[in-house]
Design a protein around this ligand. Structure first.
Ligand SMILES: Cc1cc2nc3c(=O)[nH]c(=O)nc-3n(C[C@H](O)[C@H](O)[C@H](O)COP(=O)(O)OP(=O)(O)OC[C@H]3O[C@@H](n4cnc5c(N)ncnc54)[C@H](O)[C@@H]3O)c2cc1C
Length: 403
């Protein structure tokens, strides 16, 4: 069987595939692969752009282990099986008076896949989904089932962002929040105005994000025109804030009011791939100005925007937000086009800002940079070796960084 990711830029043929029906079967499959000396990886929903699923040995499809299995409104917790899609959380949580604390641009990822790479939304008062993980149940290389909780903070912080390297996740416990409704305020604002009011925009809103559109053609992506002003002097700004029960639902595009999970998700066609780096928030305006200049200079024909978001700090060893809030900087291109030179120049520019990477999006991280940028990377590697001494959960993409 040939496996291909959602956008089609990663393809490989594993030696074998299996679809375990329950955790016991995962234990049997991992144990027999270990006896044969075969590598094991898990496929989530395939929404990563990097070769994080790639596997020469046994590829597991966890789709049979799907669903929210418990909610605890008093403790604000939700427990889910690994292949639970983000949108599978919506109704069961809402019925219990709960909601995910934050979420990203799409909701079709499996929760274990999203957590494995540090998937995030926007807003400095909120962590990524990984930062909300309070328990991880894992089948390790020895076939042991480990329940990792808050009583083992080191292991928990390693397991919060693990890119599938510690074992097969069979259950996750997330800290959630009381159900909330959002009002969106979406529209064009000038680049200069946004940069001038950057601190205020970040601090004053639950969610602040923006797309900067490098050409007039970019407007077609969002059905926007500059109303007489050049689009490249403007930003498409998205602000979401919580509203109380007194504010009625509203369907007006750009000013909707609704349950949180109806406001967050966007729809994307699989016609792009993306690089995403994270810079410490206090250097955001400087990094954004440098990126805009680079894009105007290096890739004048690209119509893809610069996407900008923020994420609050957490303690996961491989998190891009480890110990610091960050600004998130993403650039995209069309699959099949050669824009590697441009991506390398983005990498070089943001390396000067000590940027960390998104594990699911294109990047050029080396082991040297990993160790310099992620202060707990060596601890992650030590724990990984302890749990998986033969490296059966590594692949060709991860081995140079984490062996
Ligand atoms: C259109 C689009 C929009 C996106 N928007 C955002 C966004 O807003 N914010 C953001 O941060 N990211 C975003 N991403 C990136 C995406 O959230 C991540 O790449 C995420 O990891 C994808 O989840 P997945 O279920 O598809 O996992 P996959 O890509 O299939 O797998 C990711 C990793 O998880 C591992 N894994 C999966 N399940 C298990 C398991 N049970 N046990 C152990 N390891 C496992 C896999 O082996 C792999 O290493 C977007 C991607 C796309 C294509």
């Amino acid at each position: 069987m040939t496996w291909t990711n959602w956008v089609g830029n990663q393809t490989f043929t594993p030696a074998a595939t299996a679809t375990p029906r329950d955790e016991e079967e995962v234990v049997r499959l991992v144990s027999s692969a270990a006896r044969r000396g075969q590598g094991v990886r898990v496929a989530g929903a395939g929404h990563s752009f990097t070769p994080v699923v790639q596997c020469d040995g046994l590829l597991l499809d966890m789709n049979a282990l799907r669903g929210v299995v418990a909610t605890d409104p008093a403790r604000r917790r939700a427990t889910a099986l690994p292949a639970t899609r983000i949108h599978d959380f919506y109704e069961p949580l809402w019925e219990a008076g709960l909601a995910l604390r934050n979420q990203g641009d799409i909701d079709t990822q499996q929760i274990a896949g999203a957590v494995a790479t540090g998937t995030h939304g926007s807003g400095v008062r909120h962590t990524s989904l990984s930062g909300a993980v309070r328990g991880v149940r894992l089948v390790t290389a020895s076939g042991e089932v480990r329940d990792i909780g808050e009583d083992e903070p080191g292991l928990l912080h390693a397991a919060q962002v693990s890119v599938g390297m510690l074992g097969v996740v069979t259950q996750l416990e997330l800290e959630v929040t009381e159900a909330y409704r959002l009002r969106e305020d979406v529209g064009l604002r000038s680049w200069d105005d946004v940069l001038e009011h950057w601190d205020q925009l970040v601090a004053d809103h639950r969610h602040f994000g923006m797309f900067w559109l490098p050409t007039e053609e970019s407007g077609a992506l969002y059905n926007l025109d500059g109303h007489g002003a050049r689009l490249q002097d403007q930003c498409y700004v998205k602000v979401y804030d919580e509203v109380g029960a007194d504010v009625p639902d509203d369907e007006t595009v750009g000013h909707r009011v609704d349950r949180c999970y109806r406001i967050y998700p966007m729809v994307y066609d699989p016609n792009f791939h993306e690089l995403e780096y994270f810079v410490a928030l206090d250097r955001a305006p400087e990094a954004l100005r440098a990126m805009r200049e680079l894009m105007l200079r290096s890739l004048p024909d690209s119509i893809y925007p610069l996407e900008v978001r923020t994420v609050g700090p957490d303690e996961a060893f491989l998190s891009s937000q480890y110990g610091t809030p960050t600004v998130v900087i993403s650039v995209s291109g069309t699959p099949g086009t050669d824009y590697w030179g441009y991506l390398r120049s983005v990498d070089a520019l943001l390396a000067d800002f000590d940027a960390r990477v998104h594990w699911g999006k294109l990047h050029f991280l080396t082991r040297e940079r990993l160790l310099a940028l992620y202060p707990r990377a060596e601890e992650f590697i030590a724990l990984r070796r302890e749990l998986d001494p033969q490296g059966m959960f590594l692949n060709d993409h991860l081995r140079p960084l984490f062996e």
